[in-house]
Design a protein around this ligand. Structure first.
Ligand code: FES
Ligand code: FE
Length: 386
């Protein structure tokens, strides 16, 4: 007798566990993340156009280090540890600024060129190293940090042997978009800043990434976004990687707060990229959103286990910014999304230390890719237990 031709129903997709609450609150875990993630990988530090002139600098916290990104007199952008080689004072204490010729330590006035070399110190002619020779201006210069420029941003890496930028950063983007040229068509490096908003978020950096990775919450908290991108309303989209492009609603004219028309599409994009939204997460701390007439570029700066600064740039074609056209309707859409997302993260952070979340929560099927992020993190931290 043959078996009845009845197929067993497919098992319902399982819930899978998240990280336990301590991963979002424990300062020791945060230190391990600083060491194994932010100090080990390429970290997006600054917009290069903010540092256009020689002597312009920006101070950035990368993991446990303070890093200075500086424009040299030769036009090159360089990065250094922001630490004086004499007795270790922090060299620049302002977040950003402009020096005329050199960087001078405010403690005993050791002075460094914009290329990091020691150029002067009080009584320098009398200074000798341990062999009695003149002091070596490079050896006692600022400690250099690896820097690469891509998409109009300076990315730095504190690792002694930085991983391949092509593989870790560029490759991760082109691979996810499928077409290696897809991101190049937006010519992000040529766009200009229309608006920057900085958010000081009282939440662990992973809550922000995890939130960005799922759209299960979109129908609940993003009424304006789901109006423009109807496919986000079903909660299934993975917002971190909309590689196929989420189509605008039929009635929607542009990626604006009310769906009204935006600006002309960026000149390089393909017909296929028009009227679509793409989103990419570049681990560990960058989110890029691509829409036809602008690009939204987020960088996260994790400051402590329960605080993350997020800097968000809205970038437009140079003729849009030069003409003084009003960008506020397109800025307002993602600004509102950011506020809605960061409110949710801030509501979640305080309860991470509750005993109700000691063993974590669960991921529904639409969030399962967050589990991959957790596995990736645990591998980087060298641990295995959740
Ligand atoms: Fe900088 Fe002394 S610590 S000059
Ligand atoms: Fe969201």
């Amino acid at each position: 007798m043959s078996a009845p031709d009845v197929q067993a129903p497919a098992p319902a997709p399982a819930l899978i566990p998240t990280l336990g609450g301590r991963y979002y609150t424990d300062p020791d875990i945060f230190v391990s993340e600083q060491e194994n993630v932010f100090e080990a990988m390429w970290f997006c530090a600054a917009r290069t156009a903010d540092l256009a002139d020689a002597g312009a600098f920006k101070k950035v916290t990368v993991g446990r280090e303070s890093v200075l990104v500086v424009r040299g007199r030769d036009g090159a952008l360089r990065a250094f540890l922001n630490i004086c080689r004499h007795r270790g004072a922090m060299l620049c204490t302002e977040d950003e600024g402009q020096v005329r010729r050199n960087l001078q330590c405010p403690y005993h006035a050791w002075t460094y060129g914009l290329d990091g070399k020691l150029v002067a110190a009080p009584n320098m002619a009398a200074l000798r190293d341990e062999t009695g020779a003149d002091i070596d201006r490079v050896r006692y210069g600022l400690v250099p940090v690896a820097l690469r420029e891509w998409l109009g941003y300076a990315w730095v890496c504190l690792a002694d042997e930085p991983p391949s930028f092509e593989d870790e950063v560029i490759g991760s983007v082109t691979e996810r978009l499928g077409d290696p040229a897809a991101i190049d068509r937006y010519e992000i490096g040529t766009l200009e800043l229309g608006r920057r908003i900085t958010y000081d978020v009282a939440a662990n950096w992973k809550l922000i990434i995890e939130n960005f990775m799922e759209c299960y919450h979109c129908a609940t908290i993003h009424p304006e976004l789901t109006e423009v991108l109807p496919e986000f309303a079903d909660g299934l989209a993975a917002q971190y990687f909309v590689g196929h492009g989420a189509a605008f609603g039929d009635e929607v004219e542009g990626f604006t707060i009310d769906g009204s028309g935006g600006f002309e599409a960026l000149s390089g994009i393909s017909d296929d990229q028009d009227r679509k939204y793409y989103a990419i997460t570049v681990r560990p701390q960058v989110f890029v959103n691509l829409v036809p007439d602008h690009v939204i570029f987020h960088r996260m700066y994790p400051m402590s286990a329960d605080r993350t600064i997020v800097e968000c740039d809205w970038l437009y074609a140079p003729d849009v910014t030069a003409s003084g056209r009003d960008v506020s309707r397109s800025v307002e859409l993602f600004h509102r999304v950011n506020e809605q997302d960061f409110d949710a993260c801030e509501r979640t952070q305080p309860t991470m230390s509750s005993k109700a979340y000691r063993d974590g929560g669960v991921l529904v099927p639409a969030e399962h890719h967050i589990g991959e992020f957790h596995d990736w993190l645990l591998t980087r931290l060298g641990g295995d237990a959740k």
